[in-house]
Write a protein that binds this ligand. Structure first.
Ligand code: FE2
Length: 177
């Protein structure tokens, strides 16, 4: 399954630190196991329940947010490289994991994806960060997951968390039109 997951999300390979790359993949793999989702399920899983019938699945969304994040970081570093520092690996890991909690937020009823009881109680930034914290995931990455949606509004955030937060909203808002 890791191979299937890797071919579905080649952006895992962009993480240069081997340990961080492996743990990022491991969290996804274990989250799929916990949610009892197959790779095929993920290809059908909408990235949001707020845009009815969206054809964009969670894989496409996660990849788009990850690539947007990296490109934003590249521009910021090009223009403000002397003022800010950004860890590309932390950014990649956080972007790849930002929505992993959705694997617990959803369940399938009569073929339809709906909100699970767990999702009613804990939104995906919380459940995702809590789940990832069981693994050897750096706090900086947990911070990105926990602060990426409205949970992070008004909170002090790292540059990497600001980038993923906004990249996520750009991807959501533009499809909502
Ligand atoms: Fe997202």
């Amino acid at each position: 399954m890791p191979k299937k997951l890797l071919s579905l999300m080649p952006e895992f390979q962009m993480i240069t630190d081997k340990k961080l790359r492996e743990v990022t993949i491991e969290v996804w793999r274990k989250a799929m196991e916990k949610g009892k989702w197959s790779v095929e399920d993920l290809e059908e899983m909408p990235f949001t329940l707020l845009i009815k019938g969206t054809p964009v699945n969670i894989i496409k969304h996660t990849r788009a947010v990850t690539l947007c994040s990296v490109r934003i970081a590249d521009v910021l570093l090009e223009k403000y490289g002397e003022q800010i520092s950004i860890s590309r690996d932390i950014l990649l890991s956080g972007a790849l994991l930002h929505d992993v909690g959705k694997l617990f937020e959803y369940e399938r009823k009569n073929g339809e994806f709906v909100k699970s009881r767990e999702g009613e109680l804990l939104r995906h930034p919380i459940s995702g960060a809590a789940f990832a914290s069981r693994f050897d995931v750096p706090d900086e990455v947990l911070h990105i997951i926990a602060a990426h949606s409205k949970e992070g509004e008004g909170a002090r955030k790292t540059v990497e968390a600001v980038i993923v937060n906004h990249a996520d909203f750009v991807n959501f808002e533009s499809l909502k039109m």
